[in-house]
Design a protein around this ligand. Structure first.
Ligand code: SF4
Ligand code: SF4
Length: 380
């Protein structure tokens, strides 16, 4: 297992995420299957994984770790957990409950959980919450203080400025590097000297298989590598990445991941070029190839943010029906399009914008007003 120094101590590059542990009967929301999950943790420990991540809001996860981790010397692993202000405003009670659940008297890596926007920042800063956790750090009950974020760079910068954070956790993978501006977030943290813990390295499993053509290209280059392992090897190229979390939910995944991190080494430049080609192929097969140049925007009589619509359309294809919520938030949006075609003639990528707007408008009109099941996004 390859490790990286953190303030004088080695920590494994692969971290065990405990949000997707196996459940009884395999159902979502069902109780954690203790024996199956404990087998994964035992394998992780035996194979040198020293970072274990959970959160107050991961159902049953803290309680489970509180039972299984005491089998091991407390100094032999790092325990990370998180406080989410929106789930329970009583941060003092939550912290005490977490220590009890986890059966420990200190947390190695403690995070303000899930910053998405300015409201998220305000949930932790300026209401005594951050100050309380700093106090716990001074008492040695928290060793390192950080936060996790899905927020855009301007919001992230506000969080960065609030405290001298020991680390931060962001969603980072080769697909989101440009698509969700993970690059900008990574660079903002790196400029601030804050080590990065990576979440969603394989985008919730989406990068475990791209498309038949893209997968074939990667398999041709390295027949013995899993498609998911390319994502981990790509992340190892980034100097400021400390730990790469993977939410491993079966033995096959952890065995594959441990093999990848035992082999060590980031992707070579040559392999990175192959991955970029596969990624381009993948995007081309499923996505609208909008580059965000905005040449189409000026003449739109309805002032629709066309590249934002297309970016949300692409995300909906990757994320499934839930991704359609992003499209609902864009206003004026596809429903306002009058089909004039003033945009399409400016598009260097020759994207059929009016046709896509019409398809999306139809899809959106079929969506329920409340948060219910939704139809899949349209085909390109
Ligand atoms: S076709 Fe729709 S999106 Fe394009 S310019 Fe006209 S109103 Fe705007
Ligand atoms: S002109 Fe084409 S590529 Fe440029 S932003 Fe508009 S749709 Fe995207």
């Amino acid at each position: 297992m390859i490790c990286k120094d953190f303030k004088g101590e080695p920590i494994s590059r692969l971290g065990m995420g405990n949000m997707r542990l196996p459940t009884v009967g395999g159902g979502r929301g069902a109780p954690i299957d203790f024996d199956k999950a404990a087998e994964i943790i035992d394998y992780a420990m035996k194979n040198g994984i020293t970072y274990y991540d959970t959160a107050y809001v991961y159902a049953g996860s803290e309680d489970f770790l509180g039972k299984v981790l005491p089998r091991y010397d407390r100094a032999s692993f790092k325990l990370a957990t998180k406080y989410m202000a929106s789930a329970n405003p009583d941060y003092k009670a939550v912290f005490e409950e977490q220590l009890k659940r986890l059966n420990t008297d200190y947390i190695d890596f403690y995070l303000m959980h899930g910053i998405m926007n300015e409201d998220g920042v305000n949930g932790y800063i300026g209401r005594g919450c951050l100050e309380y956790f700093i106090e716990q750090k001074e008492k040695g009950r928290i060793k390192q203080l950080g936060f996790s974020s899905h927020a855009p760079v301007p919001v992230l910068e506000k969080m960065i400025a609030a405290y001298k954070w020991d680390f931060a956790q962001i969603q980072l993978n080769y697909l989101d590097w440009d698509m969700q501006d993970s690059k900008g977030q990574y660079e903002a943290l790196t400029r601030a000297g804050i080590p990065v813990i990576v979440m969603e390295p394989v985008r919730g499993g989406r990068l475990a298989s791209l498309s038949p053509k893209a997968d074939a290209l990667l398999k041709e280059a390295h027949p013995d590598w899993s498609i998911a392992s390319w994502a981990f090897r790509w992340l190892l190229r980034l100097d400021n990445v400390q730990v790469i979390l993977s939410g491993m939910s079966n033995m096959e995944q952890i065995v594959d991941n441990v093999n990848t991190f035992n082999a060590g080494g980031p992707l070579s430049d040559e392999d990175t070029a192959i991955l970029e080609k596969a990624c381009e192929m993948f995007r081309g097969e499923i996505n609208v190839p909008c580059t965000g140049c905005r040449y189409c925007c000026d003449d739109c009589p309805m002032q629709i943010d066309i590249p934002a619509v297309l970016a949300a359309y692409n995300r909906a294809k990757l994320d499934g029906p839930m991704g359609m919520f992003g499209l609902m938030a864009i206003n004026p949006g596809p429903k306002d399009c009058v089909g004039c075609g003033a945009c399409a003639s400016h598009c260097p990528q020759h994207i059929g914008i009016p046709e896509i707007m019409a398809e999306l408008s139809e899809q959106l009109s079929k969506m329920p007003a409340g948060r219910g099941p939704m139809p899949p996004p349209p085909k390109p």
